[in-house]
Design a protein around this ligand. Structure first.
Ligand code: UFG
Length: 333
């Protein structure tokens, strides 16, 4: 039987596909290639190009393949874009989840591991954030993912489709051999932007706000390595296959780094000057996000290998150095 990975050509999805294959799973990938790259998909996976909102297409995949469970990465995920285009987020993210669950229900597929986010918590009341803390998103992206969690909950109640919602904090890094990595266009995330400046592709970094109530005034985030994150999906799938109940888990390192600290760490790793300026706050940014990942460690047995932010940046830098133009190097664009 196969695991279906929706969004398996994207940054996190492609690392999950890779780890699934390394662990002996049979993998089917669905991706509409709006943000994903064919070259990112491990060659041992079977790939179907199409959109998760297209029920007919999805139904065809479920008819052709013997799917035992689904891992869902097929969502838009850029906080600032969601502030400008909220309906795009609700259409793709929520519409996609509904059509997927309908098709899963039709085909009696009972397990889904879902890529959720720390953005579902909004501005936290306490740090570190626990899974039981209030979820009050400050942007449409987080709101759409919270709604996806709720849609899964009610589908569990009605149809017995069991889910694990993995609430990611800030994901960075790349597979250690540099063969796959992060390639967004346009890039909005801090680590790849810093590395674009380090490599000379971008003139300077603008840090969005230094008047937050944090150690140095800049936002604090909790960074987790993409391969550690990918492994958590495999543990979550196995957890569901054992007959356990639906659950949500935070995935982070339980340590916070400010934007200024990330810049300093990247200067050390790359040996580059990395010019930076202070700019105004970016809409929708919570001040501090740090996870309590205790539950994922104790219940799933998650044991992240990367606990040093410099090591995370180093793997992202390795990918950047070996693929200065991202996947375009391979796709001949
Ligand atoms: N930042 C800058 N300059 C930039 C880009 C980012 O200062 O050019 C800052 C942001 O303001 C923020 C921090 O860097 O303070 C991290 O920003 P990212 O855009 O890299 O990531 P976000 O924290 O906005 O969001 C990420 C994921 C979300 C997830 C969230 C949870 O994209 O999906 O982490 O922590 F919900």
């Amino acid at each position: 039987m196969a695991v279906l990975v929706l969004g398996g050509a994207g940054y996190i999805g492609s690392h999950a596909v890779d780890r699934l294959i390394e662990n002996g799973y049979d993998v089917v990938v669905v991706d509409n290639l709006v943000t994903g790259h064919v070259a990112a998909i491990n060659k041992k996976a079977r790939f179907y190009e199409g959109d998760v909102r297209d029920k007919e297409f999805l139904n065809g995949v479920f008819e052709k393949e013997d799917i035992e469970g689904v891992i869902h990465f097929a969502a838009f995920s850029v906080v600032p874009e969601s502030m400008e285009k909220p309906l795009k987020y609700f259409d793709n993210n929520n519409g996609g989840m509904i059509s997927l669950l309908e098709v899963m229900h039709d085909h009696d597929v009972k397990f889904i591991v879902f890529s959720s986010t720390a953005a579902t918590y909004g501005e936290p009341k306490q740090i570190p954030i626990k899974e039981t803390d209030p979820q009050v998103p400050t942007n449409p992206y987080g709101e759409s993912k919270l709604a996806m969690e709720k849609i899964m909950h009610w589908s569990d109640v009605a149809y017995g489709i069991k889910f694990v919602a993995l609430r990611y904090f800030n994901v960075a890094g790349a597979k250690s051999d540099g063969s796959i990595g992060e390639d967004h266009s346009p890039e909005t995330h801090l680590v790849p932007i810093i590395l674009q400046v380090a490599s000379g592709e971008r003139e300077q970094l603008t840090i969005f706000g230094d008047d937050y109530d944090t150690k140095d005034g800049t936002n604090v985030r909790d960074y987790v390595h993409v391969v550690d994150l990918a492994d958590a999906h495999i543990l979550a799938l196995e957890y569901l296959k054992k007959g356990n109940d639906s659950q949500a888990f935070n995935l982070g390192s339980s340590t916070g780094f400010s934007n200024k600290e990330m810049l300093e760490a990247a200067r050390e790793v790359t040996g580059k000057e990395i010019p930076a300026e202070m700019g105004p706050r970016r809409a929708g940014d919570p001040s501090t996000l740090i996870a309590s990942s205790e539950k994922a460690r104790s219940v799933l047995g998650w044991n992240p290998q990367f606990d040093d932010v410099k090591e995370i940046i180093k793997t992202a830098w390795n990918w950047k150095m070996s693929h200065p133009k991202g996947y375009n190097d391979r796709e001949g664009k």
